[in-house]
Write a protein that binds this ligand. Sequence first.
Ligand SMILES: [Zn+2]
Length: 157
Amino acid sequence: MTEQPRMNVESFNLDHRTVAAPYLRIADRKELPGGDVLTKFDVRFTQPNLAHLESETVHSLEHMMAEHMRNHSGDVLDVSPMGCRTGFYVLLVGDHDADGFAPILEATLRDLLAADEVPAANEVQCGWGAHHSLEGAHAAARAFLEAREEWGTVTAS
Ligand SMILES: [Zn+2]
């Protein structure tokens, strides 16, 4: 697993053995033809290849972050779970850095902890309305917030 060829996807070039979750880092930044910028964050909840979130937890975190984060920033374009279930990608309009995004994420997770339901967890508004866990989302958000001081430390020393 040394000297991998350069891949198109940014995270495929990240050595997941070297990161120290939980953390927050910029995964990509794209300047559009008109000069506007998009910023994509890697919001990692669990240590890659050692732990992952349950599927219902990921799904509820996705709904709750997608809904609550938009109360704290008008720049949110997308919140998407990683297929490996270790974290999420958050895509923002504009030029953001991790220090600027961290308070938005923190406020979002505090709202999530205060919420007593998963928004849109029903068959009308979701593709698998029964597949949710408010308790799981709360536990994952609580653990992530408890590690707030470590969000800026992406790699293990
Ligand atoms: Zn859903």
